[in-house]
Write a protein that binds this ligand. Structure first.
Ligand code: 13P
Ligand code: ZN
Length: 273
């Protein structure tokens, strides 16, 4: 069995196509990374080659040093991933200090990992820590409605989270910790990675103002479902604000948000209310 038929690549490629079909990945917009399990690595190892050079990252953290990451390539289109996994994806081995990576499979023809790999790596570090190692998927997309809200709502976790919680009854159950925000920054590289790391230490989803959204989760379904739920809530908010010309006549009350979370055994981050 080749790497493209492995469990990890099949799940990864399916998610890339799902995001494309939602309209979240214009051109090369968005990127995805998966921290492979030891079993995933074993399934693929026979196809690895260790000849490509180590490349320093813009960030460093040894807590995930030595782990393997499956990532989208920079400038690659999500819609092409399932057609040609080897040309559009790469498996990266990180060095023991967590300062550099080398491509051990894929990204053929001189491809490079996503320009947001610094953000992905630091977010994997903090989400792995926050979830006792469960978090494995980091997903960045450009869904239109959540980006639109960053032009009209205050850029705070509480303003954005409350607007989203109020917009769809299941939101307090799906993301009870809330959604963090990073102010507008130039994408790619260590500065936005550091700001995103800080926000992701607290939240499993973080909005990049005027740009997109980052979500995380233990598997492809959870990270995709979180992106989908947040974007759907944002769409409802945008529709309601547009129809009401900025005026909302009523909304789910704070006690209702708390009650939904409680009914599903979740603890709402009440500091955001
Ligand atoms: P990459 O093609 O380098 O992954 O960049 C896409 C993107 O969305 C940057 O934020
Ligand atoms: Zn982006």
């Amino acid at each position: 069995m080749g790497v493209p038929e492995s469990r990890a690549i099949r799940g990864f490629a399916r998610m890339c196509m799902d995001g494309w079909l939602q309209g979240w990945h214009e051109r090369n917009g968005g990127n995805l990374s998966y921290r492979m399990t030891p079993e995933d690595v074993e399934e693929c190892r026979a196809a690895f080659s260790f000849e490509r050079p180590w490349v320093p990252m813009g960030v460093a953290d040894r807590s995930l040093g030595g782990e393997y990451f499956l990532v989208t390539g920079s400038g690659k289109y999500m819609r092409n991933v399932s057609e040609d996994p080897e040309g559009n994806l790469g498996i990266l081995e990180t060095d023991s200090e967590g300062r550099a990576y080398r491509i051990v499979w894929g990204l053929s023809e001189g491809g490079k990992p996503t320009s947001e790999f610094d953000s992905h790596y630091l977010c994997h570090v903090v989400r792995a820590r926050a979830t006792a190692g469960e978090c494995r998927v980091l997903y960045h997309a450009h869904p239109a409605n959540i980006v639109a809200l960053t032009f009209v709502l205050p850029l705070t976790a509480s303003a954005l989270t409350k607007a989203l919680w109020q917009s769809e009854t299941e939101c307090p159950m799906v993301f009870p910790h809330g959604v963090g925000v990073v102010e507008w920054m130039v994408p790619g590289g260590p500065e936005i990675a550091e700001a995103t790391r800080k926000a992701m230490a607290e939240y499993d989803a973080v909005v990049w103002a005027h740009h997109g959204l980052f979500t995380s989760g233990p598997d492809f379904d959870s990270a995709f479902g979180l992106m989908h739920t947040i974007e759907k809530a944002a769409q409802i908010r945008v529709l309601a604000l547009s129809a009401g010309q900025g005026l909302l006549r009523q909304a789910i009350p704070d006690e209702g948000l708390l009650a939904v979370a409680e009914a599903y055994g979740k603890e709402l981050n009440a500091s955001l209310l």
